[in-house]
Design a protein around this ligand. Structure first.
Ligand code: GLU
Length: 319
């Protein structure tokens, strides 16, 4: 039998609310600045607003000093927000309610695999996607009881053998068979912390987010998020997965790349406008790298041309 197809109309008929969703694990760098700038332009060019959500779900990696630094960095760059800041560290009640809905649907099961906790709290960036082989899917009640004596389980969500598809504003049509391309995925870690996929869906809905702009490395998480939204009866934001800024050897730009850190960028380009202008130029948001504020870039930004802005929709070399 052919797997069923679930196609989603995303972001329909709602006010445009975009978001900045930084993980406070370091100072901002060119990659996050470019993603935030594009999210801001996409929302503002449609008369929309921006939510700031600090994704501090991963408590071990999130640092208080970066939580305030990230807000100062956005302000300095003229990347304003209209709602928030919201945080994830105090949202357990909301995540737990959603978790219980999924449990009542009979779709959650305990998983004792040791790999289970890996990456559960963080967004799975490129190369980190792990397809769960279903090891703990059919354990009997006795097996669960016996294993629970030795180890606290994580919790997984069953996925159907069905295609989940949507139209991405940059990448076009994207479809994934959840069973084959993803597998049952984690929604809670064994230490009881909720996982990224669940938290992001609950928060986007609670904060009224209808426009998600983020790196293409998270494209493969979107079918999971559409599935969660469907199960929880939530609306589907409109998605734009933008190319990644990459360092040498096509490696995703990260905090290791010091020439891309905001401090170094300010030392090199001197003003926030020059940093914004340089990043906008490199990424093809503007024809030149001339200094500009986000407000000035808004004057020429045309959302209808979003997908054409990027000559390579997957990656842009940083320079
Ligand atoms: N907090 C994630 C990150 O900084 C972004 C997650 C998302 O946009 O859904 O990588």
């Amino acid at each position: 039998m052919m797997p069923q197809t679930h196609s989603f109309e995303t972001g329909a008929n709602r006010p445009v609310v975009g978001r900045f969703a930084p993980s406070p694990t370091g100072r901002m760098h060119a990659g996050n600045i470019y993603a935030a700038l594009t999210a801001w332009l996409v929302a503002k060019s449609q008369g929309g607003t921006i939510v700031l959500r600090i994704e501090d779900l991963d408590r071990d990696r999130s640092k208080a000093e970066y939580i305030s630094a990230v807000q100062r960095d956005f302000e300095l760059l003229g990347l304003t927000w209209d709602h928030g800041p919201f945080f994830q560290h105090n949202r357990d009640e909301a995540y737990s309610e959603a978790f219980q809905v999924l449990e009542r649907l009979g779709l959650v099961y305990p998983c004792f695999c040791t790999r289970a906790d890996l990456h559960a709290a963080s967004a799975p960036h490129r190369g980190e996607k792990f397809i769960y082989p279903g090891t703990c899917r059919s354990l009997s009640a006795e097996q669960v009881a016996a294993k629970s004596l030795l180890k606290a389980p994580a919790q997984r969500l069953r996925v159907p053998d069905a295609m989940y598809s949507f139209e991405d504003m940059v990448q076009g049509h994207y479809a994934q068979n959840l069973a084959d391309d993803c597998g049952d995925f984690l929604i809670r870690r064994s230490d009881q912390a909720f996982a990224y996929q669940l938290a992001v869906v609950v928060d986007d809905a609670a904060q009224g987010v209808t426009s998600v702009v983020r790196g293409v490395d998270l494209l493969c998480s979107t079918p999971q998020q559409l599935y969660l939204q469907e199960l929880l009866g939530l609306g589907h934001p409109r998605y734009a997965h933008i190319p990644l800024l990459v360092a040498e050897e096509n490696r995703r730009l990260s905090k290791r790349d010091h020439d891309a850190g905001l401090e170094e960028l300010l030392a090199r380009y001197k003003t926030p406008e020059a940093v914004i202008g340089h990043i906008a130029g490199i990424c093809g948001l503007t024809p030149t790298c001339d200094p500009a504020t986000p407000e000035q870039l808004l004057e020429t930004f045309d959302i209808a041309k979003l997908s054409e802005l990027f000559s390579d929709p997957v990656q842009i070399p940083w320079s």
